[in-house]
Ligand binder design. Structure first.
Ligand SMILES: Nc1ncnc2c1ncn2[C@@H]1O[C@H](COP(=O)(O)OP(=O)(O)OP(=O)(O)O)[C@@H](O)[C@H]1O
Length: 344
């Protein structure tokens, strides 16, 4: 586990703004921190970045108790980088901004220049290397801030609303970049957002904060559900209702679907097959819905479909090319029985 926070409390002027019984951040994963304004997301990020000392509770980082004493702080802060929502650039060139942190770490000139080229290429800003940082647009500034952070090769990258104030094109670039960094470097990433869709599409785990409390943690495609025995044989498989919104029949494969009424269910994104709803009248899909996001990920394509709740489908490249789903398309989804797991 990268971080474990227990009984964590934070206060501003005696006012309680965070109170978290337990929170875990898994190493090498992308986590979304989702919540409304004032929920405590930025406050929590500052604690994870070792920039603020919590008022109470315990914290471990890579299994070790966190020691925030002055003598230890510097080496802790070197392992984690926070990218602010409104990053402040130094009044120098794009290259100068990236080199700054490297100079502090006494990285030699030749290696600095190599890293500058590498990260500018990564964020697609190579042609701006000698431009003044202050001349960049909002979206480009956010990408430069990411390049500046990535130059330091952090174990953990924390991003405060990385796409909140940028246009759609830059949003897509930044989202793809975060996935690339996570996949190629194994960097643990935590980003804050108000956007449920972004959380569902980008993160493997979503932590929901409400009024400073961790309301719930959701894994990709894990849903609260209830089971109903409506119609059919009384001892046959029940129907399953996701978040009280979408019902589907459970396949008659398990010997003992739950006798209880409520639970949590996981639908494996790799065991969901997507087809164009109108082109396969012979197939009765488990769900139909509208594509809301398509994004390349590693050697697969991540497609998010709104079926009443947001469902992530991971499509192999060849299947994606065949079906070619686009945002706005109506599609059918078939969930393989072995892709359905009851949690808890
Ligand atoms: N430096 C501060 N001094 C006093 N109160 C603060 C300070 N920073 C944040 N707060 C308060 O703490 C609470 C949590 O704020 P925080 O910025 O962490 O929320 P957030 O979820 O990041 O919100 P947003 O989505 O608007 O950025 C809010 O009520 C805020 O007013």
């Amino acid at each position: 586990m990268c971080y474990t926070l227990t009984q964590l409390v934070q206060r501003y002027h005696q006012r309680l703004v965070l109170s978290i019984d337990r929170l875990e951040i898994e190493a090498g994963r992308i986590h979304a921190l989702l919540g409304p304004n004032g929920a405590g997301k930025t406050t929590l990020l500052h604690i994870l970045a070792f920039l603020a000392t919590p008022a109470g509770g315990t914290m471990t980082f890579n299994g070790e108790p966190v020691d925030l004493s002055a003598s230890n702080l510097l080496q802790l802060r070197r392992r984690v980088v926070l990218v602010d929502q409104h990053p402040i650039m130094f009044s120098t060139t794009v290259r100068g901004n990236i080199e700054f942190g490297l100079k502090i770490r006494r990285v030699g000139t030749r290696e600095r220049l190599r890293i500058v080229d590498e990260v500018l290429d990564l964020v697609g800003l190579d042609r701006y290397k000698t431009a003044a940082a202050h001349e960049l647009s909002g979206g480009e500034t956010q990408r430069l801030a990411l390049a500046r952070a990535l130059a330091l090769r952090p174990e953990v990258l924390l991003c405060d609303e990385p796409t909140a104030s940028v246009d759609a094109e830059n949003q897509a670039i930044i989202a793809a970049l975060l996935q690339q960094i996570n996949a190629e470097r194994g960097t643990t990433i935590v980003f804050t957002t108000h956007d449920r869709l972004q959380a569902a599409s980008l993160a493997q785990r979503t932590l929901v904060l409400e009024n400073g409390r961790l309301a719930r943690t959701t894994h990709e495609n894990a849903f609260a559900c209830s089971f109903r025995q409506d119609g059919g044989a009384p001892d046959g498989p029940p129907r399953c209702m996701l978040h009280g919104l979408v019902a589907f029949p459970l396949p008659p494969l398990r010997t003992c679907w739950p006798a209880r009424r409520d639970g949590r269910i996981h639908l494996d994104p790799e065991r969901i097959t997507l087809c164009r709803a109108e082109e396969r009248p012979d197939v009765v899909p488990t769900f139909t819905g509208t594509v809301v996001l398509v994004m390349a990920e590693d050697n697969r394509i991540r497609v998010v479909v709104n079926i009443g709740v947001l469902l992530v489908v991971l499509m192999p490249q060849d299947h994606y090319r065949r079906e070619n789903p686009r945002v706005g398309d109506r599609v059918g989804l078939h969930v393989a029985p072995e892709g359905i797991t009851l949690l808890d």
